[in-house]
Design a protein around this ligand. Structure first.
Ligand SMILES: NC(=O)c1ccc[n+]([C@@H]2O[C@H](COP(=O)([O-])OP(=O)(O)OC[C@H]3O[C@@H](n4cnc5c(N)ncnc54)[C@H](OP(=O)(O)O)[C@@H]3O)[C@@H](O)[C@H]2O)c1
Length: 255
C-alpha cells in the first residue's frame, strides 16, 4: 500500500517514536492521521503542526472501552500503527514482584492484541479484499530486537516483546485472507527519552520510522531498522546461542 493519501492511527503518538511517525507520515502525504494518547492535552503541540490532518484520539490500549470508541471514531483507517509500549527495566528473578512483568504484558502484548482485534474489521472494510495482492491495508507493530533474544537488564520487557513477535505472526496469518499486511518492526536501541540512560549505539527515531513505512510500501513483513538491529538479526541466524550468551553478560544486580 502507499502511505500517500492513507488514513492512519498511531498509538502512543504523544512521545518518542510516535511523534516521529506523525512527522514522517505528514511528509509522505498521509491524508489523515489519528494521534492516539492517554492524555489528550499531551497532543496539543503535535496537533498544532497541522490541525486539518492530525486528529486527537483518547486511547489507552489497556482500556477496552477507549479502544472500542477509537475503532468507531477512526472508522476510515487503512493503516494502524501499534506504537504504544512500556519498558520498566526489571529482571525476572531480581524484580521484587510480578508487577512490572504484568504491566509490560498488559500494554505490549494484550494492548497490541486488543488493537489488532478491534481494527481488523475496520481495515477489512477500508480496502481489505482479494483484489490487491500484497496488502491493501496494513498493521505495523512496534516490537524490539529484544523480543528475539532476552536482554536480562530489561528481561520482562523482552518477554513481552517476544510475545508481541509471535502475536504478530498469528495476526498476519489470520488477516492474510483479507489482504492486510502485518509488519513487525524490531529496532535495537532507539535514541528517545525512554532510552536516555542506555549506552550507544542508538538508531535515530526518524530512521526507524522511515524504514518501517518503506516496508509498508514494499510489502516487507519483518523490519530491523538500523545497523545494530540488522547485525543482531544476522547473528540470530548464524549464531543464536552466541548472541544469547553475549546478552547474558548484562544482568541486573542480585537482590
Ligand atoms: N526507545 C527504544 O530504544 C525502543 C527500542 C525498540 C522498540 N521500542 C518500542 O517503540 C515504541 C515507542 O517507544 P519510545 O521509545 O517512543 O517510548 P516512549 O517515548 O516512552 O513512548 C511510549 C508511548 O507509549 C504510550 N503508552 C504507554 N502506555 C500506554 C497505554 N496503556 N495506552 C496508550 N499509550 C500508552 C506513552 O504514552 P504516555 O506519555 O501517556 O505514557 C508514549 O506515548 C514502544 O513500543 C517501544 O517498546 C523502543
Amino acid at each position: 500500500m502507499q502511505v500517500k493519501d492513507s488514513v492512519v492511527l498511531v498509538t502512543g503518538a504523544n512521545s518518542g517514536i510516535g511523534k516521529h511517525y506523525i512527522d514522517v507520515l505528514l511528509a509522505m502525504g498521509a491524508a489523515r492521521i489519528y494521534a492516539g494518547a492517554r492524555q489528550l492535552s499531551s497532543l496539543d503541540d503535535l496537533i498544532a503542526i497541522d490541525p486539518d490532518r492530525i486528529i486527537p484520539v483518547a486511547l489507552d490500549v489497556t482500556n477496552q472501552a477507549t479502544i472500542d470508541a477509537a475503532a468507531m471514531q477512526c472508522h476510515d483507517v487503512n493503516l494502524l500503527i501499534n506504537n504504544a509500549g512500556i519498558g520498566l527495566l526489571k529482571g525476572l528473578i531480581s524484580a521484587p514482584d510480578l508487577a512490572a512483568a504484568r504491566a509490560e504484558m498488559e500494554v505490549n502484548y494484550f494492548g497490541t492484541l486488543a488493537m489488532c482485534r478491534a481494527f481488523a474489521p475496520v481495515l477489512k472494510a477500508n480496502g481489505g479484499g482479494a483484489s490487491t495482492p500484497g496488502g491493501s491495508t496494513c498493521i505495523v507493530n512496534m516490537l524490539s530486537i529484544l523480543g528475539r533474544v532476552n536482554f536480562p537488564m530489561n528481561a520482562s520487557y523482552s518477554a513481552s516483546k517476544g510475545a508481541g513477535y509471535i502475536l504478530t505472526q498469528g495476526v498476519r496469518a489470520e488477516l492474510a485472507a483479507q489482504n492486510t499486511l502485518v509488519v513487525g518492526v524490531m529496532p535495537a536501541t532507539v535514541d528517545t527519552k525512554s532510552s536516555q540512560d542506555f549506552p550507544p549505539p542508538k538508531v535515530a527515531p526518524e530512521m526507524v520510522v522511515q524504514e518501517a513505512l518503506q516496508a509498508v510500501e514494499d510489502g516487507v513483513e519483518d523490519v530491523y531498522p538500523g545497523e545494530q538491529a540488522k547485525a543482531m538479526a544476522a547473528q540470530l541466524l548464524s549464531d543464536p546461542k552466541g548472541l544469547e550468551k553475549a546478552m547474558a553478560t548484562m544482568v541486573p544486580q542480585p537482590v
